[in-house]
Design a protein around this ligand. Structure first.
Ligand SMILES: [Fe+2]
Ligand SMILES: [Fe+2]
Length: 362
């Protein structure tokens, strides 16, 4: 029943007409119905309206999900939405409230979820004729005997000369304190959380732009062992570092959404396999997805509507990689995006992901 029909019935009832009289005029204007059937239908609709009256569409939808789990189809029925409107609403809902999640095909309200602003870092930069440049790197593994501080320095020099607005680091800035795998202590050159923090702070380049950084599984070693988030601690020590989260974080800038992720597990035979599987699970599709952890370079120009980049690493081939016949890609990426306003929405209309190959330093 549409709002117009409801108003029509209400006005007729308000003027003193009985249900059969209202049904008669209603049947002429809309669909034939008896007085009794119209009364029941009207009551059902009014009950439904309790959920849907007032406020904007987003507020109504959130209120419905808060009350009880609901499928997207039922939500669309309740709010009289077509497929495109529903699609748009689902994205808006999940962006608005981190507590809205999917479980077994239902939209649910997870009261334990953090506030949405916990997971989103909002930035804004001045563009160069619509162009923005970002430095991307990952897995720098400070304190490892295989680390390559000279490569990190060269990357940051390149980022600076390319005029990047900021750098996005997708985790494993440190190698961990010795518990990531059996025998890891033999691959460390600096021991203890405090010493590793000082060493990383001292050796990591400092530039006039910020580095937004995630904690990866190696950084998490200290967190799991003794509750210290080394990346957060490092960010507290430096003005040019900003902590964005553990393992995953959204960054929005100039209307463009990035998702940073530190992956898990070994490198698959087909490098794109795990990134694609991860993107398959996304409910909110970012414009650009940057993934660390696998120490390889990959550029998927468009998969499920997102541009996916694995920026490589600055850690030489480790003993583990050698035994697995794996070679890391040493380097980072300069990502240039051209942003245009299309119908009031910022869109990437062109992008170049240039891999800075530093294999010669390995
Ligand atoms: Fe790593
Ligand atoms: Fe990792």
């Amino acid at each position: 029943m549409t709002n117009e029909e409801i108003v029509f019935i209400e006005e007729n009832r308000a003027s003193g007409n009985s249900w059969s009289e209202v049904a008669k005029v209603y049947s002429e204007k809309y669909v034939p119905i008896s007085g009794e059937a119209l009364r029941s239908k009207f009551r059902r609709e009014i009950k439904k309206l309790d959920d849907t009256v007032g406020e904007g569409l987003l507020a109504k939808a959130i209120r419905i999900v808060r009350r009880e789990p609901i499928t997207s189809i039922d939500l669309a029925r309740k709010l009289c939405l077509d497929y495109d409107q529903l699609d748009e609403l689902l994205v808006e809902m999940q962006e608005a409230r981190a507590a809205i999640k999917w479980k077994d095909g239902y939209l649910i309200w997870d009261a334990m979820a953090g506030k949405p602003e916990d997971g989103i870092t909002k930035l804004s930069f001045e563009t160069d004729g619509g162009w923005l440049r970002f430095g991307l790197l990952s897995d720098t593994h400070s304190c490892s005997i295989y680390e390559m501080p000279e490569a990190v320095n060269e990357l940051y020099d390149t980022f600076e000369s390319e005029g990047v607005s900021c750098v996005l680091h997708t985790g494993d800035i440190t190698d961990g304190i010795g518990h990531v795998f059996k025998g890891q202590l033999s691959e460390l050159k600096i021991f203890g959380v405090d010493k590793q923090l000082d060493y990383t702070n001292y050796t990591y380049p400092c530039k006039p732009f910020k580095t937004y950084i995630l904690a990866g599984n190696h950084d998490d070693d200290a967190y799991k062992t003794c509750g210290v988030d080394v990346v957060k601690n490092l960010c507290d020590k430096r003005d040019d570092f900003e902590y964005v989260g553990r393992y995953g974080a959204y960054i929005e800038t100039n209307g463009i959404k990035f998702y940073l992720l530190h992956g898990d597990g070994g490198i698959p035979v087909a490098i794109s396999y795990k990134p694609q599987k991860l993107i398959d699970t996304f409910k909110v599709i970012p414009d650009v997805t940057v993934m660390g952890h696998w120490h390889t370079f990959l550029h998927l120009p468009k998969y499920r509507g997102t541009t996916c980049i694995l920026p490589g690493c600055t850690q030489r081939q480790t003993e583990y990689m050698r035994r697995k016949c794996l070679n890391p890609n040493i380097g980072g990426v300069v990502l240039s995006v051209k942003i245009a306003d299309i119908g009031g929405v910022s869109k990437i209309v062109k992008h170049y992901a240039e891999f800075i190959d530093l294999e010669h330093l390995a």
